[in-house]
Design a protein around this ligand. Structure first.
Ligand code: ZN
Length: 247
């Protein structure tokens, strides 16, 4: 059984479309969404509708930008650009898509014995896991052998076995990690719609439960279109520029 793991789509429909095309043929039966489906990008409704239209079981948690867009958060903790984009998104969501966002669960959630998933950390949905120190309390809170997380927009994994916590970073599309028996893992697929690990390609991950392998993938997408959509929408221009650099 294979799972397609996606995080931080951020309203970038050209990136999401490219990811769904690229994962075709990888036989993923179910889809796990790690939050921040909207915010920053110019196509929040299209992204939600594309995901809702998938003909596979969908497991999803909300991200901080989803909360802001849905009206569950006032955005005072956001930086100015993120808040402006969140409020822009809130105004444009259809009533139905807003209701769907509002109904997203807080993480962590789990599929018992298979995997757990959250936006930021198993300890707190808003925590950022960048370092091995950050991962320490998160791994202590993890209930499954593997927990998928997003929020940082950086593809990586933390592994806690008998020794020190290890940080593993994929260096190329197709790099994989075989889950170690008896160890706990936190795995970040990277971001579909706004990568910040200096690779501007859209990121996605395939988890093969039977072999215990996670594989990171990157795919090119129509960045020019995503950029022009942001500029046409009147969103802050830096949101368009950063897509080119992957930061
Ligand atoms: Zn995000």
């Amino acid at each position: 059984m294979r799972f397609l793991i996606l995080s931080d789509v951020h309203g970038n429909d050209p990136a999401l479309a490219a990811v769904l095309a690229a994962e075709e043929g990888r036989a993923c039966e179910e889809v796990v969404l790690l939050g921040d489906l909207v915010g920053y990008g110019a196509d929040p409704n299209r992204v939600i509708e594309r995901l809702r239209g998938l003909d596979r079981p969908l497991h999803a948690v909300r991200g901080n930008h989803d909360r802001l867009a849905a009206g569950l958060d006032d955005g005072v903790a956001f930086n100015e650009v993120a808040r402006a984009a969140g409020l822009w998104t809130r105004e444009r969501l259809t009533a139905e898509n807003r209701r769907w966002l509002l109904a997203l669960a807080a993480g962590p959630r789990r599929l018992d014995g298979v995997l757990a998933y959250c936006h930021g950390s198993p300890a707190d949905e808003d925590d950022y896991l960048f370092s091995r120190a950050d991962a320490s309390s998160a791994l202590a809170a993890a209930t499954e052998a593997v927990t998928f997380f997003g929020h940082t927009h950086v593809a990586c994994a933390f592994r806690a076995g008998a020794g020190e916590i290890e940080l593993l970073v994929p260096s190329a599309s197709g790099d994989h990690l075989d889950l170690a028996p008896g160890a706990r893992h936190l795995v970040n697929p990277g971001s579909v719609g706004q990568p910040r690990d200096h690779d501007p390609r859209a990121a996605f991950l395939v988890y093969d439960r039977d072999s215990g392998r996670v594989t990171w993938h990157r795919t090119d997408y129509d960045r020019a279109r995503a950029r022009s959509r942001i500029l046409e929408a009147g969103l802050p221009p830096m949101l368009a520029e950063r897509l080119e650099w992957g930061v």
